[in-house]
Design a binder for this molecule. Structure first.
Ligand code: VG1
Ligand code: CO
Length: 543
């Protein structure tokens, strides 16, 4: 088969963010745009000759087009085989599992995660490496460098293939295998959790609502929750992946999953509610009448994971991203486990998991996962919750209260200011950065700044340093604020303000979060000048 060399010139801005390259669909539709990025990935991957590459996405608009392009380019670049999820569908954790299970050299995950989809919305491409996890910074930096000098991309002259037909075909002499999107992943889940116990709980009348948000987890949830575990038909809501997610943001938070929240707070609430995001790596957990913050969910899962067979031997350690609440640290301390604090983004957990330093990881943005794959995993988190509830036989609310009584409670919220002009957001961060040395001693209301810094992470495994990962303002030992700019948006800037205050086991455990955080909200504006810089007096999204 002849390899075609197509001349091209670099595009600006092909810099992977927190989780891959994310842009508007129309940007990706420009001639050479996707091809330049994919070729830049292939140009930095060593040993691809004859190797296996996994490709899949969250089913959003433009997914199939890029998959067909990527298959032809993989053939031209010497890969031996490509494995694709049926219909182009693979959840991010399922893709991570396939890479590991079949010893692929890596994978292309086509998703913009929780960002909306459709012709006028977002698309994304992420490269995962051989451990199944997102490429570490040194790889994403090499990819970005390559995008700035690229002058050609390689493809073969071959027609599109049928992505819906399971089986094997040849493209330009390379084998392409279309696999069931769910089977291997579901089998992995059965090794970790007691499906009989969860199934017995469902048969005994325990009910659940799982909102797949018209995104990728629909097929996984139908198979696992309804078919294998026996939850009633209809347990899975919005279970068909749609290219535009039904015009919604597939973001499992209290704003975009409000229907689920309202259900769970109402008189007819099932026992357990959960949702996942566009690409299936996030999870939202809501018990009957009790929302569990993602940070609390991480802590509660860590404290109870040994009740599931996959974790019966206990945990090696716990890791959380820096802006995630320190609730998990209290569990680690009580269990005598090491606890690691990383920058935002799953790629920073990879080394810790590979080195066997931690078993469970989590982020405040509704991401929880373990060493079973190298991505966060929404369905996995739901199954771990169900397994724990099947063993403990108490409602979510009782489990939460019990947890706080034992470990204390971290009141926590994230305030997002979206679509800010980039210059204004940068000015706010620059001014705040400059003021950090002068902040200690400053008082706002009842709070006095004890310390302030810009978070830098030294990876304990490979020694790499990641600087400028968020600005921290600490008030004593029990309250703090973190400021950072999002690295996943496609329009303007999003300022994230993370607020946290801690109560010990003997403290106030049953207060409303906004009341507990009111002084911190005031302090955040006074210290960072949010209204002055952005003109905003309230966040767009509170999670
Ligand atoms: C956000 C979250 C971060 C998460 C990332 C990718 O990043 O804050 O915790 O890892 O999204 O998640 P940022 O830079 O916008 O704050 V996903 O589910 O969108 O791949
Ligand atoms: Co996601």
């Amino acid at each position: 088969m002849t390899i075609l060399t197509i001349a091209t010139t670099p595009f600006d801005g092909q810099k992977p963010g927190t989780s891959g390259l994310r842009k508007k669909v129309r940007v990706f539709q420009q001639p050479n745009y996707s091809e330049n990025f994919i070729q830049s990935v292939f140009d930095v991957v060593d040993d691809k000759d004859g190797a296996l590459l996994v490709i899949g996405g969250d089913g959003r608009y433009h997914n199939r087009t890029v998959i067909q392009q990527a298959i032809r380019m993989a053939a031209a670049n010497g890969f031996g085989k490509v494995m694709v999820g049926q219909g182009g569908i693979l959840s991010t954790p399922a893709a991570s599992h396939l890479i590991r299970h079949y010893k692929a050299i890596g994978g292309l995950v086509l998703s913009a995660s929780h960002n909306p989809g459709g012709p006028d919305e977002d698309f994304g491409i992420k490269y995962n490496v051989a451990n199944g996890g997102p490429a570490p910074e040194k790889v994403t930096e090499a990819i970005y460098a390559r995008t700035q000098t690229i002058d050609r991309w390689l493809t073969v002259d071959a027609a599109d293939i049928d992505l819906d037909a399971i089986g094997t075909v040849s493209v330009g002499g390379m084998t392409v295998e279309i696999v069931d999107s769910v089977a291997d992943y579901a089998a992995l889940m059965e090794t970790l959790f007691d499906f009989d116990a969860i199934g017995a709980m469902a048969a005994g009348g325990f009910t659940m609502a799982f909102d797949a948000m018209s995104a990728v987890t629909g097929p996984y949830a139908h198979e696992i929750f309804e078919r294998r575990l026996g939850f009633a038909a209809g347990t899975v809501r919005n279970g068909t992946p749609l290219e535009d997610f039904g015009h919604h943001h597939p973001d499992p938070n209290l704003v975009h999953a409000k229907a689920l929240y309202d259900l769970m707070m109402g008189a007819d609430a099932p026992d357990f509610g959960a949702a996942s995001d566009g690409d299936g790596d996030r999870n939202l957990i809501i018990g009957k009448g009790r929302f569990v913050t993602p940070s609390d969910s991480l802590a509660m899962l860590a404290a109870n994971a040994h009740l599931a067979k996959g974790y019966a031997g206990g945990l090696k350690g716990i890791a959380r991203s820096m802006p995630t609440s320190a609730a998990a640290d209290r569990v680690a301390q009580a269990l005598g486990l090491p606890c690691y604090e990383t920058p935002t983004g799953w790629k920073f957990f990879g080394n810790l998991l590979d080195a066997g330093l931690v078993t469970i990881c989590g982020e405040e943005s509704a991401g929880t996962g373990s060493d079973h794959v190298r991505e966060k995993d929404g369905v996995w988190a739901v199954l771990l919750w169900l397994n724990i509830l099947a063993v403990r036989r108490i409602p979510v609310d009782a489990l939460a209260r019990d947890h706080w009584a034992q470990f204390g409670r971290n009141y926590y919220a994230r305030h997002d200011y979206e679509g800010i002009e980039t210059d204004r957001a940068n000015a706010l961060m620059a001014e705040l950065t400059a003021s950090l040395p002068s902040l200690p001693g400053r008082s706002v209301g009842p709070l006095t700044v004890a310390a302030a810094d810009s978070f830098a992470y030294a990876d304990p495994v490979d020694g790499s340093i990641s600087a400028n990962q968020g600005l921290r303002v600490m008030f004593g030992d029990d309250a703090w604020i973190v400021f950072r700019l999002s690295g996943t948006g496609t329009e303007g800037a999003t300022l994230r303000v993370y607020l946290e205050t801690v109560q010990g086991p003997d403290g106030v455990l049953d207060a409303e979060t906004p009341a507990m955080l009111a002084d911190l909200v005031t302090a955040a504006d006074a210290i960072a000048g949010i209204a002055r810089h952005t003109g905003r007096t309230a966040p767009d999204v509170v999670t």
